[in-house]
Design a protein around this ligand. Sequence first.
Ligand code: PAF
Length: 292
Amino acid sequence: MFALNFNKNTMPIFYGKVALMDYLKSIKTKNSTVGFIPTMGALHQGHLSLMQQSLAENEHTVVSIFVNPTQFNNSEDLEKYPRTLEEDTQKIAQLNNSIIVFAPSVDDIYEGKVLSQDFDFDGLENQMEGKFRPGHFNGVGTIVKRLFEIVTPTNAYFGEKDFQQLQIIKKMVQKNNLEVNVIGCPIYRASNGLAMSSRNERLTEEQKEESSFIFKTLLEAKEQFQTKSAEYVTEWVEKTFANNPAFELEYFQIADEATLTPCETKSDSKKYRAFIAVFVNNIRLIDTISLN
Ligand code: PAF
C-alpha cells in the first residue's frame, strides 16, 4: 500500500511514514549520509537546485512533498496552494530517479490532531512573517521537527528566500539538540530576477514580468544602504511601492541577520539583510537580499 513504483529502475515513493522509516533503515549504513529537502510541492528550479546539492553531498536524498495545514493562517491560501504531485514526481525522476520521495497524508503526519506545538524561537518568530502570519512559524517548526524525526537526515537543505524560516529552523535544531546540519542555499531567480516560488504559478506571464520590480527595488535599496541609514532606505522603498499600483507592499524591513530585529543604527560588526513582502493581485510574494 505504501510504496508505489518500487523496483530497481523506478523512483521509490512512500505515502506512509512507517514504510519510509523501514526503507531508510534498510539502506543506511554506518557511514552513509542522508540529505533531506522538505517541500510543499509545486516544485520549481529552486527546489531542484537544492536536490542537486543534496545529491552531490550525500549517498541518499529524500524529498518530502506535504502541504502542511498548520502553517497556513489563511484558509483560502491553504485551499489555493498548488497541489501537483504527479508533475512533481516526474520532475524529480527526470533529475535523478534514486531520490526517495515521501508524500504523506495529513492523517499520517498529524494522526487526527492537526495542531501545532508552541515553540520559543528566542524572538525570531516575532518579526516580519511572524507578525503578519500569526502562528505560521509554530506550524513550520512542528512539521519540520516531525519530518526530521521520521527521516533522521544528516543534512537538510532550505532556500534562503525564506531566510527567517531558515534561522528559525536552525534555532529549533539547536534548542532541541537535533543531530542535523541545516544548510541554507542561495535564492534561485528567474532571468528577470523574480525569486522562484511555488506561488509564482498563480501569476500571469505579465505579472511575472512586472514582479521583476521587487528584486530591482531590493538591488537599489542595497546600493543606497551603503551610504544611507536604514530609515532613509525604508522610506524610499515604501514611497517607490506606493507609486506603483501593481503592488501592495506589506512590509519592508532592514534587519540584523542574526536576531532579525530592525536595524536602527548601523554597526560595522553586524550583517544586515533587507526583507520584503508584497501582494501582486492578492498573491503574496516575499524576497530578501543581503546588504553587507
Ligand atoms: O518552505 C517550505 O516549503 C515549507 O515551509 C516547509 C519547510 C516545507 C515546511 O512545510
